[in-house]
Design a binder for this molecule. Structure first.
Ligand code: 5GP
Length: 138
């Protein structure tokens, strides 16, 4: 399915492109949540992590690694968050696989703090959860 990112790939709408190869394109996120906020996008419109083929995923993460280094060199941030939302409930708004590279300059400029639920859990809960994942890997 065509998405807004397909339109960027096809040069139908403008974007500040910072990297491109046969499989992947990267451009500045329009919001610039922080200075240098960049999206790394598969050219083919796979919806999410469950659709994107593993080889392409590996290649895309190689590009994420390369661009993180370039962003680090360019802007000298104090840290970098990588973010990939899959599904509406996870905050995905564009259903075309992408990874956000978000350089950080200040702890409080954006809020992606995770809640600690450990006080509601016992060791059996952890064991059961780990076993479910291990079984699904088989
Ligand atoms: P998601 O919410 O799906 O993880 O991220 C989608 C991102 O795409 C958002 O951060 C949003 O700002 C960005 N975005 C949406 N439309 C455009 C656009 O037309 N151009 C650019 N450069 N970014 C876009």
């Amino acid at each position: 399915m065509e998405t807004i990112f397909t339109k960027i790939v096809n040069r139908q709408i403008p974007a500040h492109i910072v990297y491109e190869d046969d499989l992947v394109i990267a451009f500045l996120d329009i919001t610039q949540a922080t200075k240098g906020h960049t999206l790394v996008v598969s050219k083919a419109p796979y919806k999410d992590i469950f659709e994107i083929p593993r080889d392409l995923f590996k290649h895309l993460f190689g590009v994420v690694h390369k661009l993180s280094g370039a962003i680090n060199k360019s802007f000298n941030p104090l840290g970098i968050n990588l973010l990939n939302n899959n599904g509406i409930e996870a905050g995905q708004t564009v259903f075309h696989y992408h990874v956000h590279i978000i350089p950080r300059y200040d702890l409080n400029e954006i809020d992606i703090k995770l809640k600690n639920n450990s006080s509601n859990l016992n060791v059996e809960d952890y064991k059961k959860r780990a076993e479910m994942i291990i079984t699904a890997l088989l």
